[in-house]
Design a protein around this ligand. Structure first.
Ligand code: 3H9
Length: 632
């Protein structure tokens, strides 16, 4: 029996590989052993190669050298999977002769999400198990499959529930009893059906969004071609060469950086060892508007019962109807079943009475962005909830410290800045006021994890991390270039060409031009800014040209269509503003557009670090890649 035990997730580094190699050789030599079981202790099967080795240098023995004696073993070798068998973990399982899994197990080759391709035989063994076309799908999406899907695809032989070592041993004994032979995956033929130009183009098109600006897919295709065209050993050599080449790419280095940055962001510096986050069993959300509704959905999606509080029945009914409508759209798109919609709706209880929040562990306030209103709402709910509960505000522009002063529990008040739509967007900015305790921050991070979001802590400065960099850096330059006479279409196209998910003018119109104006009114009460500062947007707001919702903003929209079209009203307005603010019209190249919208992010990021608004530089990268459409 080979049991890997390397907490927390059994990532395979050199010592794990050496252990597998040594024990596989010993099992082969041991005449009393009639089968070999590979399983793992702890919460998961091997979750992959130890990714940190890619940064520090890969130790010997290499993965393929460790897996060779497993596959060559003359006795049946069984892998028993639980948790997440990913990357090198799943490749280890595929090098075994038989596979059994827990019903809750998931498995796959997510390497493409790290900018690399598998290097432990995954691109050669997977097509031998499921065919080259299905392997291509799995490798391009990187999406792990469930045990049930794996059984159907022929990736595993059985599903059994119980302790993975027990179920694995029982299965191995059954194999021995019926005289099952060793069954090396490498000896199987590759089914190449559908792995032709049309099939490849179709698979690429299906994953086009995730693969925009990427190159790893080209390596995947080359490796699979080798699996189809060459004998196993030669294909494996091609894979090794390609896998090593991907590791050298900027793409891989960036994606691996973001992988660790997201995990690092969850760590709170100086958190005393004994401090534990509060357990969240029930929540309340105040405000059933777009934001509050989205937050309630995010909680319900994670199985947390939520009390949704509104001031008036009409707004409550409308908010709940909207939530139901959103869920129904998701169900129609096949994202979940009608039963799952009903389960989620049952978790959301609407009320007009704060007293219904008497047993919650956290309240998230998401009312209109107005200091006096928010203070009143916070003071009222403070009196209604239990003393242990955390009180969060979803403010994007107001001072958290001032909001907290309206309550008797400022140490339990924290900002939870969700991004719209709150049930979809991954980023959660966690804002620490002057009095927010470490325990409250730890609870906020636990909430982020529970909601499957990435939480980043920011100090209570204007715009926290993301909006400050956006408004003072990227969007400020965008507005100055509008004044210089550059059409918004060109500005958006240039930064989208750089890799941003969407240009600033489209985002502005989508979110509502007036929203930014309101934020800037609050900002300018607190701090000064050099002129011209967002004068185009701030001129559109009083004209009621608020973006998509009013049919025109920076762009123009036709009824029922969200396609931005050139707005003939914009150039004369901009020309007049340029004159008023003394901005000269000039030619601006695409290269200059990109530099002027990207480089300020570096400068303002540095200021933010300097001021202690962010704990670490990598947190800023996480904010931008998970919340602002910056290419990972
Ligand atoms: C690969 O296998 C290449 C092969 O083809 C071989 C080539 C030769 N390595 O996410 P969590 C750490 S590529 C190192 O919070 P969860 C993580 O940093 C790999 N460290 O837990 C964190 O550390 P800390 C293919 C890793 O329960 C701690 O473990 N595999 C690795 O929410 C807990 O992580 C993947 O891409 C790793 N492989 O989720 C899987 N994995 O506590 C990547 C985790 O110090 N991992 N850590 O911050 C995951 O997707 C999730 O971590 C997992 C657990 C689902 C496993």
């Amino acid at each position: 029996m080979i049991v890997v035990d390397r907490p927390p997730v059994n990532a395979a580094d050199g010592t794990v590989r050496a252990g597998i190699l040594e024990l596989a050789e010993r099992a082969q030599a041991d005449d009393s052993a009639r089968a070999v079981l590979v399983a793992c202790a702890g919460r998961t099967f091997i979750s992959g190669a130890d990714i940190s080795e890619f940064q520090t240098g890969v130790q010997k023995p290499l993965f393929n050298d460790a897996l060779e004696p497993l596959e060559s073993c003359t006795k049946p070798v069984v892998a028993s999977l639980h948790g997440t068998a990913l990357g090198g973990g799943f490749e280890t399982a595929m090098a075994c002769h038989y596979r059994i899994a827990q019903p809750s197990a998931r498995m796959g080759l997510p390497e493409i999400t790290l900018g690399i391709i598998p290097g432990a035989g995954g691109t050669q063994r997977l097509p031998r198990l499921v065919g080259a076309r299905a392997a291509l799908e799995m490798l391009l999406s990187g999406r792990p499959v469930t045990a049930a899907e794996a059984l159907e695809e022929g990736l595993i032989d059985e599903i059994a529930e119980g302790d993975p070592i027990e179920t694995g041993l029982a299965y191995a004994k059954r194999l021995v009893a019926k005289g099952a032979p060793p069954r090396p995956t490498r000896e199987r033929a590759v089914d190449a059906a559908g792995f032709d130009d049309a099939g490849i183009a179709e698979a690429l098109a299906k994953n086009a969004r995730a693969l925009r600006g990427r190159t790893t897919q080209e390596y995947v295709i080359k490796a699979l071609r080798a699996a189809v065209d060459l004998p196993f050993a030669e294909g494996l050599a091609v894979e090794t060469e390609l896998s090593n080449a991907t590791l050298e790419t900027t793409e891989a280095q960036a994606l691996i950086h973001v992988f660790f940055a997201e995990r690092e962001a969850a760590k709170i510096p100086g958190l005393p060892a004994g401090v534990k986050p509060l357990e969240i069993n029930k929540a309340a959300v105040i405000g059933a508007g777009t934001m509050g509704g989205g937050i309630a959905m995010a909680l319900a999606d994670s199985g947390v019962p939520v009390v949704l509080i509104e001031a008036e029945q009409e707004f409550l009914d409308r908010g709940i109807a909207k939530i139901k409508e959103n869920y129904d759209v998701s169900a129609k798109r096949g994202r979940f079943t009608p039963e799952a919609v009903a389960e989620r709706m049952a978790l959301i209880e609407g009320t007009l009475d704060n007293a219904d929040a008497a047993d919650v562990d956290v309240v998230i306030e998401a009312v209109f962005e107005d200091m006096d209103l928010k203070k009143r709402v916070l003071a009222a709910i403070d009196a209604a909830i239990p003393p242990h509960a955390v009180l969060a505000s979803n403010t994007s522009s107001l001072s958290l410290t001032e909001l907290a002063s309206a309550t008797k529990r400022p140490e339990k008040v924290v900002g939870l800045h969700f991004f719209s739509p709150a049930n979809v967007m991954r980023l959660l900015e966690i804002v620490r006021g002057e009095k927010t305790s470490q325990e409250t921050l730890a609870t906020a991070q636990a909430i982020a994890k529970k909601l499957r979001k990435v939480g980043v802590v920011a100090a209570d400065g204007f715009g926290f991390i993301g909006n400050r960099m956006m408004l003072d850096g990227q969007w400020r330059e965008n507005e100055v270039m509008l004044l210089e006479g550059v059409p918004p279409e060109r500005l958006d196209a240039a930064v989208e060409g750089f890799g941003m998910a969407m240009g600033p003018n489209k985002v502005n119109d989508m979110g509502g031009v007036d929203i930014g104006t309101k934020v800037r009114i609050e900002l300018l009460k607190r701090e000064k800014r050099a002129h011209p500062y967002h004068v185009v947007s701030d001129a559109l707001t009083p004209l009621g040209r608020l973006g998509q919702k009013t049919g025109q903003g920076i762009y123009r929209y036709e009824k029922g269509d969200r396609t931005p079209r050139p707005n003939p009203d914009l150039p004369p307005l901009v020309a007049k503003l340029a004159e008023v603010h003394g901005v000269a019209r000039r030619e601006v190249s695409d290269e200059e557009i990109v530099e002027r919208m990207i480089l300020p992010l570096i400068n303002i990021g540095a200021q933010i670090l300097d001021e202690g608004v962010a704990y670490r530089a990598s947190d800023i990268d996480v904010v931008w890649t998970s919340g602002y459409g910056f290419p990972r």
